[in-house]
Design a protein around this ligand. Structure first.
Ligand SMILES: [Zn+2]
Length: 134
């Protein structure tokens, strides 16, 4: 797959509920999909879980699934320091292996969305400058 976009999402889990990749897998199967649509999930404590393998086209961003990978932060808008640190690590890994890919938010690729509810492009620039937590 030619990866052009590395897309950040959130799970919209209410009130800090600590959903997992397995929960999302179940929800997405209930929608009739082939299981979890994201490639990575980052829990509230910062732990990283695998979703789809990277060679398998995701189901997370309308119109760009065949040229992107997706990572989902558990939560709605206020993510933990540990989550941002793990997101940085995932993006460092992905941008090393896919050097031509752009780090974006879901809303950048689908104008009807606000997901993941923070400025991903700005965050990534600052995270790179600071080598992690911003
Ligand atoms: Zn999203």
């Amino acid at each position: 797959m030619d990866v052009i976009y590395l897309v950040v999402h959130c799970s919209e889990s209410p009130k800090g509920r600590d959903d997992s990749a397995a929960d999302i897998h179940r929800w997405h199967k209930q929608r009739g999909w082939d299981g979890i649509g994201y490639h990575k999930v980052i829990r509230r404590d910062g732990s990283k879980e695998n979703g789809r393998p990277e060679f398998w086209v995701g189901a997370h961003v309308q119109g760009s699934n065949t040229v992107s990978l997706g990572v989902c932060l558990i939560g709605t808008a206020h993510f933990t320091k540990e989550q941002y640190q793990s997101l940085y690590e995932v993006m460092m890994d992905w941008t090393t292996r896919y050097p031509y890919a752009h780090v974006v938010g879901h809303y950048d690729k689908d104008k009807g969305k606000t997901c993941p509810n923070f400025d991903v492009v700005k965050w990534w620039q600052q995270a790179k400058d600071n080598e992690g937590v911003v």
